[in-house]
Ligand binder design. Structure first.
Ligand SMILES: [Zn+2]
Ligand SMILES: [Zn+2]
Length: 358
């Protein structure tokens, strides 16, 4: 079969190649990939920043945001059948830590987990893959057009669900939320918060007329364009929210957000910031404010099966409440042979997918 792969560690090594056709075991399904979503992780792996080939292979098939259809199942597979639309999760457990042995590879403590398309396992930019049903999630026809958004949705669902879980420490429930960033993750975070009926403000650098702002507003969010307003001044212009989700990719925004929380508020950091940027921060002031306001700051990455189920439910609710709105996140659908256009930054827009054709 054809596949899109990189040589991990080698800059701009992305290429299309032949790879062995996967042969499903009796307890596995064979899935035909329909499309994959592209994100910063794929770009960073192609830049050689990280990424790891499976042992015994000198290349890594890229791709973790996936959507496909089951083509056949082994004799021991139950619960899924040919024709089912599915999304496969990304992370696989290590063999030694307690959390991985208890279904929470997203909370792996050994660091020896693997991730399809990222770390030690081939990804989904291929015509087919095989997988055990425990890592496959069935997608209803009602959300098949946005099924490729499930993986990034699981990231924000885990963040939102954990924030609300932690806030059970309070007698009151969070009512107002702020999302920093109107990229795919920020807009999906806004959807996750609106599905939970939080009064949500999205703050990003795009103008009010930008499609990103329009999508946020179509889901009942307010939108604030930070263009021309410094982060420091922003705190004086908007009310302090009970909950903030940081989705910009900027560490400076994360620290600014720490000083914008309402009393008892919580900040969820979702940006995996690369590089070694240093920043002058008002450490004493930030520490004092966090203490005096009983604030919580936490980071979140990856997702468990529970969050995949929550994310499916959130996509279904969003599709029902705002038909067709989340589909507007997918601004470019490239035939997969045109993958280089995205990696060479010839494509702009919110989210690009590669449409896989055999
Ligand atoms: Zn991604
Ligand atoms: Zn582990």
């Amino acid at each position: 079969m054809k596949a899109i792969a990189v040589i991990p560690g080698q800059q701009n090594s992305i290429h299309m190649q032949d790879a062995p056709d996967p042969a499903p075991a009796v307890n596995e399904a064979l899935v035909r990939v329909l499309r994959v979503g592209l994100c910063g992780t794929d770009a960073e792996i192609n830049s050689g920043l990280y990424g790891e080939a499976p042992s015994g292979s000198d290349y890594l098939i890229l791709g973790h945001e996936n959507f496909g259809v089951v083509e056949s199942v082994g004799s021991e597979v139950k619960g899924i059948k040919p024709g089912d639309y599915v999304v496969a999760s990304v992370r696989r457990p290590c063999t030694e830590c307690f959390n991985c042995q208890h279904g929470r590879a997203d909370l792996c403590t050994s660091g020896k987990y693997t991730e399809r398309g990222i770390k030690g396992r081939h990804g989904y930019m291929a015509e087919h893959y095989t997988e055990s049903p425990e890592f496959l999630f069935k997608i209803d026809k009602a959300i098949k057009d946005i099924g490729v958004l499930l993986e990034p949705m699981t990231i924000v669902e885990k963040g939102a669900a954990q924030a609300l879980e932690i806030q059970k420490r309070l007698p009151s429930n969070p009512r107002t939320a702020l999302v920093f960033g109107a990229g795919p993750v920020g807009l999906l975070a806004a959807a996750a918060l609106r599905v939970r009926d939080l009064d949500t403000l999205v703050v990003s650098k795009e103008a009010d007329s930008d499609p990103r702002a329009q999508i946020a507003k179509a889901m009942g969010c307010r939108y604030f364009s930070i263009d021309g307003t410094s982060l420091g001044q922003l705190g004086k212009r908007i009310p302090c929210p009970d909950m903030i989700m940081e989705c910009t990719g900027s560490s400076a925004v994360g620290f600014a957000a720490m000083q914008m929380l309402a009393a008892d508020g919580i900040l969820c950091l979702l940006s995996v910031t690369g590089g070694d940027k240093t920043e002058l921060v008002h450490a004493a002031e930030i520490n004092r404010d966090l203490v005096l306001r009983n604030n919580v700051v936490f980071g979140s990455v990856n997702a468990s099966p529970t969050h995949y189920k929550l994310a499916i439910r959130a996509l279904k609710t969003a599709q029902k409440k705002w038909p067709g709105v989340l589909a507007q996140l997918i601004t470019t659908r490239l035939p997969w042979t045109d993958f280089a256009k995205w990696f060479n930054r010839e494509v702009s827009g919110i989210k690009t997918t590669l449409e896989i054709r055999g």
